[in-house]
Design a protein around this ligand. Structure first.
Ligand code: AMP
Length: 215
């Protein structure tokens, strides 16, 4: 079992790259953001609590997100897979330490960073996602537009903008990231499995770099 950890700035392209890795290498993508959105969509009590946190651009408390991740990792498809990719997890050092407690044969942590904050804001403001939670494909009106306006290329469902992809929330997500997620870089550097990629490059260029690390 191999673990590929994709973490970094909001809008760095983690979800897009995780989708490509999933398709090309048959690794299972685990997006904690998607897991939260599913819970929010199911309108459970926990979902309602997480909805307001997410809409403000804050982080869901560690103990909740760690529990959600552990439950996902216990599912049968993971047991049978060659590996899995985490997209958007860990976002704190404590989350990283907890992930390390779950054994795998090998692990790489890929840090996608964007230096220019305005690139992140522009990318997220032009992002569209598929409304079918089973699909969840990600598009971008500037960098990766859908073939047919407003429709998913993969499943034809309508596309929508995420509720947290508005400028105020994006700015807050960036400052939360700087304060809480940047320390994760040191954690994986110390562990000796950190790879850094400049995520302002094109989707193809970034994937090429990831391929060299993953294969
Ligand atoms: P994402 O889809 O990865 O951009 O995540 C969307 C939102 O879900 C984040 O802004 C957080 O509010 C929440 N979230 C996702 N993953 C995590 C995590 N690992 N820890 C805490 N909150 C998370």
């Amino acid at each position: 079992m191999k673990r590929v950890i994709l973490f970094g700035a909001p809008g760095a392209g983690k979800g897009t790259q995780a989708d490509i890795i999933e398709e090309k290498y048959s690794y299972i993508k685990i997006s904690t953001g998607d897991l939260i959105r599913a819970e929010v969509g199911a309108k459970t009590q926990l979902g309602l609590q997480m909805k307001s946190i997410m809409e403000k651009g804050e982080l869901v408390p560690d103990e909740i997100i760690i529990e959600i991740l552990k439950n996902r990792l216990m599912e049968k498809d993971i047991e049978e897979a060659n590996g899995y990719i985490t997209d958007g997890y860990p976002r704190t050092r404590h989350q990283a330490e907890e992930l390390s407690r779950m054994p795998v044969h090998s692990e790489v942590a890929i840090y996608l960073d964007i230096v220019d904050e305005n690139v992140v804001v522009r990318r997220l403001l032009s992002r569209l996602t598929c409304t079918d939670p089973e699909c969840g494909a990600i598009f971008n009106l500037e960098e990766n537009p859908p073939k047919q306006a407003g429709k998913c290329d993969d499943c034809n469902s309508p596309l929508k903008q995420r509720a947290d992809d508005n400028e105020e929330t994006i700015r807050n997500r960036i400052s939360v990231y700087k304060e809480q997620t940047r320390p994760v870089i040191d954690y994986y550097r110390e562990k000796g499995c950190l790879h850094e990629i400049d995520a302002s490059a094109s989707i193809e260029d970034i994937f090429e770099q990831i391929t060299r690390i993953v294969v």
